[in-house]
Design a protein around this ligand. Structure first.
Ligand SMILES: NC(=O)c1ccc[n+]([C@@H]2O[C@H](COP(=O)([O-])OP(=O)(O)OC[C@H]3O[C@@H](n4cnc5c(N)ncnc54)[C@H](OP(=O)(O)O)[C@@H]3O)[C@@H](O)[C@H]2O)c1
Length: 342
C-alpha cells in the first residue's frame, strides 16, 4: 500500500468552523451492523483503500455493533501507513442505548453520560481525540443545550475537536448553535429523501453549519444493485424499512429504472448518479458512502468525476421527482425519534 493518494479526492469545509474533509466520507456502519454479515478483512481493506484514495473522513457510532465498529476502525488505522492514519478524521455518534439482544431502548444525552460514552469511544478507537462528536438522536429528556454543553467541555479538555449534530430540526440547530460552534449536521439526504430542503438546510446554511449526508443511496435502494428478489439476513434494516416492502419496493425500483436510463445515457452507474446529485447540491454537503467492499468504494469514488450540468440535473429530477418514493425513510417507531421530522 502506498501513502500517496491514487485518486485525487477534493476537500470540502465542514461548516464555517469545522475541518476540511474529503468531499466524500466513508460511513463504516455496514461493516458492523444493520446490513447483514460483513467480511472483516474486506472491511479493513476497504478502509485502507479509502484512506489510500484520499478519503479522510471516517464515520462511525459507538453503538454500531456495540463497539465493534470502533474497534474495527482502530485496527484499520493501526495497520494503515502513518501518513494515511494522520490524515484520518473520526466522526463518532453516541447516545443510543442497547440491549444484550441488540435492541434499541432510547437515548441518553445527560452530561455525565456524554463524558462516559466519550471515554469508552476513545479507548476503543485507540486515539486521544475524536474529531467530530455528536449524539445520534436528541434525548427527549435532556435539553440539547446540556448535551452540547457537555461536548463543548470535552472540546475544552482536548478530547474532542468539533461538535456535530444528527437528525435534528431547524429549532434544535439554532438552540445548539447558541451554546457552541457546530461543525456539521449529519442527516439523511438523497434523491428520494429531500425533506431537509425546506427548512433544515437553509437554517444550517444561515448558521454556517455543514451537512454530512447519509443514506445517499437510500440504504442501497437507489444504488442500482438492489433487486426485488434480494434475500435479507435477519436484523437487516431493510427487512423492516417501509421503502423496501412489497408494493413500495416495486414502485421504488421502478424509479431506479428511470434513473438508470439517465445514468446510462451519461455512461455512468446509477450509484454514481445518485451520489453526484447530492454532491451537486452544495459545497457545504459531504456525502457519506456506506461502502464495505473495495469494488463498491471504487464505484462510489467514481462519482467525484461525474459532472452534472443543468440539463442532467433536470433529467434526473424528471426521472425521480422529489417525494416520488413510496414509504417513509424509517419505520414509524424510529421516525418518532427524529427531531428533524417534528
Ligand atoms: N446519523 C444517522 O442517523 C445515520 C444513520 C444511518 C447511517 N449513518 C452513517 O452514514 C453512513 C452511510 O449510510 P448508509 O450506509 O445507510 O448509506 P447508503 O450509502 O445509502 O447505503 C449503503 C448501502 O448501499 C449499498 N451500495 C451499493 N452500491 C454501493 C456503492 N457503490 N457504494 C456504497 N454503497 C453501495 C451497500 O451495499 P452492500 O449491501 O453491497 O454492502 C449498502 O447496503 C453509515 O455508514 C453511517 O456511518 C448515519
Amino acid at each position: 500500500m502506498t501513502t500517496t493518494p491514487k485518486t485525487s479526492v477534493p476537500t470540502r469545509a465542514l461548516g464555517a468552523t469545522g475541518p476540511a474533509v474529503s468531499a466524500l466520507g466513508l460511513g463504516c456502519m455496514g461493516m458492523s451492523a444493520l446490513y447483514g454479515e460483513a467480511d472483516r478483512a474486506e472491511s479493513i481493506a476497504t478502509v485502507h483503500a479509502a484512506l489510500d484514495a484520499g478519503v479522510t473522513l471516517l464515520d462511525t457510532g459507538d453503538f454500531y455493533g456495540m463497539g465493534h465498529n470502533e474497534l474495527l476502525i482502530n485496527e484499520a488505522l493501526r495497520t494503515a501507513p502513518a501518513a494515511a492514519r494522520e490524515r484520518a478524521l473520526t466522526s463518532v455518534k453516541f447516545g443510543a442505548l442497547r440491549t444484550v439482544e441488540g435492541g434499541f431502548t432510547g437515548y441518553d444525552g445527560r452530561p455525565a453520560a456524554v463524558k462516559n460514552f466519550a471515554a469508552y469511544s476513545l479507548q476503543r478507537l485507540g486515539t486521544d481525540h475524536i474529531d467530530v462528536y455528536r449524539i445520534a438522536r436528541v434525548d427527549p429528556d435532556v435539553p440539547i443545550e446540556e448535551t452540547v454543553g457537555a461536548i463543548a467541555e470535552l472540546v475544552e479538555a482536548g478530547h474532542v475537536r468539533h461538535i456535530g449534530l444528527s437528525e435534528v430540526g431547524a429549532d434544535t440547530l439554532r438552540r445548539a448553535a447558541a451554546v457552541a460552534p457546530i461543525a456539521d449536521l449529519q442527516i439523511e439526504y438523497s434523491l428520494i429523501s429531500r425533506s431537509i430542503e425546506e427548512k433544515i438546510l437553509p437554517t444550517a446554511r444561515e448558521l454556517g453549519i455543514g451537512v454530512t449526508a447519509y443514506g445517499v443511496l437510500s440504504r442501497g435502494l437507489i444504488s442500482g444493485h438492489f433487486t426485488r428478489d434480494r434475500e435479507l439476513a435477519a436484523g437487516d434494516f431493510r427487512g423492516f424499512s417501509p421503502r423496501f416492502q412489497g408494493d413500495n419496493l416495486r414502485h421504488n425500483l421502478d424509479l431506479v429504472d428511470r434513473l438508470r436510463a439517465v445514468a446510462e445515457a451519461k455512461g455512468v452507474t446509477v450509484a454514481q448518479t445518485a451520489i453526484a446529485w447530492v454532491l451537486a447540491q452544495g459545497q457545504d454537503i459531504v456525502p457519506l458512502i456506506g461502502a464495505r467492499r473495495r469494488d463498491r468504494l471504487a464505484e462510489a469514488l467514481g462519482a467525484l468525476d461525474v459532472t452534472l450540468d443543468a440539463a442532467d440535473l433536470a433529467a434526473i429530477e424528471e426521472a425521480v421527482p422529489a417525494d416520488a418514493a413510496a414509504g417513509a425513510r424509517y419505520p414509524e417507531a424510529q421516525m418518532a425519534h427524529l427531531d428533524s421530522e417534528h
